[in-house]
Design a protein around this ligand. Structure first.
Ligand SMILES: NC(=O)c1ccc[n+]([C@@H]2O[C@H](COP(=O)([O-])OP(=O)(O)OC[C@H]3O[C@@H](n4cnc5c(N)ncnc54)[C@H](O)[C@@H]3O)[C@@H](O)[C@H]2O)c1
Length: 396
């Protein structure tokens, strides 16, 4: 029997959890919001009230709708209260596997048999969490972007045992919430967006490490010449250097040399507690607001290099049957504000040109991230060069 999702429980009312609870409530779902103390829950509700107030101020919703949304959220420290009659449980606690597994096992015991359990994890294995339950077919990844109230992308991750029905329900649910879901067909580390972004960050770190260009030169080129909303170092500061470092480590463990971390760029700052915007200092000093990046430096870094490694990683995702080109392109545009997706870029630029750039960089620096994937080689051999040949990542 197929149950409609009406009641939701969100476990963890932190940065992501409170925003996610708000999105559900704004779309009419009743939400049990769970955390470990009343104090944390009180703060979460205050943040939700503040955010709803902003929506009203900007005339995106009416005051009565904001009040109604707030009234649909029931904060509690009691799992049973929130989970006992939930159709969907979303876990958004800190990124620790043991904690998440414990919560999945607890929720599995308390929730009705039909309940779907999803995790908002950015890096951890969905399949491992699923195996802590007796219903791995009803466990999936539902990865939101920060801030959930404003970001429209959701990565839906299919674990090893996730059923097609569960995947379809989470995709439909994401759409019902007004979001754009992209499907990550395999439970791989970094999923789609963080994997592509991870390699692009790494390319920038190595360039800086080799003293070819400084931080501001790279960022100015990326922003003003490349048309990206932020430079890579600025974005890294914004995400949090601790998070970027952690993701980088996970990617290296999962994919080896292609994600070889650059030794002395991010790690020393993390050790010093310079974690980016949230601590006031990272690569930049944020004490006076967003860093001012000089336009004059916009030719100091070759942005084609960022694109080349992004295209290469995208092609690995396709080669491994993790994602379709459309999903990758949508993910990069909605998740990180890229002016176009890497597959669209490659098809426009010419896949032969991108591979030529990768070969040139690989010859010069020897790093694996520049070594073209088997898929790119295959495309070249078949004459699939992008738009100009009528076929590339897409058909024209
Ligand atoms: N912050 C981001 O930008 C971002 C983006 C996407 C995904 N994520 C992922 O979302 C998850 C949460 O991240 P966050 O940034 O919101 O973390 P956070 O630290 O802000 O919030 C986590 C919350 O979980 C609560 N918690 C801890 N143990 C708990 C338990 N046993 N039961 C109930 N609540 C408990 C904490 O008190 C805290 O309020 C992580 O898996 C993270 O990787 C984060």
């Amino acid at each position: 029997m197929s149950h409609e999702i009406r009641r939701v429980a969100v476990i963890g009312a932190g940065m992501m959890g409170h925003g996610i609870a708000q999105v559900f409530a704004m779309r009419g779902y009743s939400v049990g919001l769970v955390d470990i103390s009343d104090d944390i829950l009180k703060k979460a509700i205050q943040s939700i009230e503040w955010s709803l107030g902003k929506f009203v101020e900007k005339r995106r919703i009416r005051k009565e709708d904001a009040d109604a949304a707030l009234s649909r959220i029931k904060p509690t420290t009691d799992y049973n209260v929130a989970v006992g009659d939930a159709d969907l449980v979303l876990e958004a606690v800190p990124e620790k596997m043991e904690l998440k597994k414990k919560i999945f096992s607890t929720v599995d015991k308390l929730a009705p048999p039909h309940t779907i359990i999803v995790s908002n994890t950015s890096t951890l294995s969905i399949s491992e969490m699923a195996n802590a339950t007796g219903r791995p077919d009803k466990v999936a990844g539902m990865h939101w972007f920060n801030p959930p109230q404003l970001m429209n992308l959701i990565e839906v991750i299919q674990g090893d045992k996730t059923s097609q029905e569960t995947v379809e329900k989470i995709i439909a649910l994401s759409k019902a919430l007004g979001k754009t879901p992209i499907l990550c067909k395999k439970d791989v580390r970094g999923f789609i967006v963080n994997r592509v972004l991870g390699v692009v960050f790494n390319e920038a770190f190595w360039t800086y490490h080799r003293k070819e260009t400084d931080i501001e030169g790279i960022d100015a080129s990326v922003k003003y010449t490349g048309g990206f909303p932020m430079g890579w170092f600025e974005l890294c500061d914004y995400v949090g250097l601790d998070i970027a470092y952690e993701v980088g480590t996970v990617l290296y463990e999962a994919y080896g040399e292609r994600f070889k971390p650059c030794p002395d760029v991010i790690e020393p700052l993390v050790k010093e507690g310079r974690l980016g915007q949230k601590t006031g200092r990272g690569f930049y000093n944020w004490s006076g607001g967003r860093p001012r990046i000089r336009f004059e430096l916009s030719d100091e870094y070759d942005v084609e290099r960022s694109w080349a490694v992004a295209v290469n990683e995208a092609s690995w995702l396709i080669y491994e049957d993790v994602a379709e080109p459309e999903s990758i392109d949508t993910g990069m545009k909605l998740g990180t504000g890229w002016p176009m997706g890497p597959c669209e870029y490659a098809d426009r630029k010419g896949i032969d040109v991108v591979v030529g750039k990768l070969d040139e960089l690989h010859k010069k620096y020897g790093l694996e991230m520049y070594s073209p994937s088997p898929l790119l080689r295959e495309y070249l051999a078949k004459g699939w060069l992008g738009k100009k040949s009528g076929r590339g990542f897409y058909q024209y």
